[in-house]
Design a protein around this ligand. Sequence first.
Ligand code: SF4
Ligand code: SF4
Length: 398
Amino acid sequence: MEKTNPETKSVVMVEAAKDYGSTQIESAVQRSFAALDRRGLTVRPGSRVFVKINTLSPRRNPESAVNTHPAVLREVLRCLLDRRAKPVVGDDVNAGREDPFRIPGQRAVCRELGVKLVNLRKEGFREIPIDGRRLRSVFISRPVLEADLVINVPKLKTHSLTGLTCAVKNMYGVMPAGERLRIHRLFPMNEPFCEALVDIFAAVRPQFQICDAVIAMEGEGPSGGRPRPLGCILAGPDAVALDAVASHLIGIRPLDVATTRIAHERGLGQGDLARIETSGVPLEGLRMADFKHSLVAFSFLRTRLPSSLYAWVQGRLVMTPEIDPSRCSLCRDCIRICPQRTIMERDDKAWIDLSRCIHCLCCHEVCPSKAIRLKRTRFGVLLQAAGAAWERASRLLR
Ligand code: SF4
Ligand code: SF4
């Protein structure tokens, strides 16, 4: 596997796009592709290109900022078709019998442009041996393995377990759902879970990323947070560098995100902002110092405590999911996703048997109705308040 020299500079293109209106997106994505061409990463005519979108929740519309916006996907596909490539779009989505891409809007775009759109679970997976930190093999979707080029089109969101979900974490979706659940069960703590995520990312290593950061998500992402306009498209060949820039824009120090730090340390990309060159719009004009981070991910503690102590504290701070029956529509998404099979139906609502919960927060992640709240212990509340105060003070001093 090719490693990035820690001294090497990476480049991330930052293009302004205030909204999803066609002109804004068109020029931002086209400029990103032009920069790609200039750097010699040209998409060759006839290349089979797999485009990995983020379709976390098939019942959320484009305005909810949960999934990759169809306007961004449309322009990425147009650029690929202009270069006479053969794109296939996909993600692995749990949607029962429904079309997973209808409400998020990706189906209509692919139909309009005549591009194949696949739910990866229907295309088969192949086991690949790897020499990861946590994993010895990974199951990767066949369309991904068969592509000449993988283009990663993530959404910029906060994440209640990993702090940030963007380019590196988007590759988690090329694994089958059962394997993802197994990994959640094996590694319920943030650090080992992120090491496993980086193992998966390293097995695919997409060649180019175009991130939808036009409207990002703040708060308790990746699905329970609030949409927040950030006004840009980020692009580049180095996923780790792109995540570093994404974190910086939303006021998180890049190496506080475990996936960025681990991938950087392993030579899978550049996570040091000082060694990342950006082109396009200056970062400082876009940066949002008041962007709300996930309180649950509490990066404050993670970056300041040795990992063994942090694991102990995290154990005391664990978040407990709680279902608000008045909001539950019994869609059963949480029942399907729970790795512990500890969510069941009771009185026409979902109900959690907490005795077997491993606090992976997957149920909170997928609930389309924001019916799952996260409760914290009193000790956790106090510690978090102290952490947030420290974080505010250090931001003021920076
Ligand atoms: S109940 Fe929710 S947090 Fe607990 S194990 Fe199941 S999915 Fe994870
Ligand atoms: S809690 Fe949310 S995900 Fe679970 S069944 Fe109810 S609405 Fe669906």
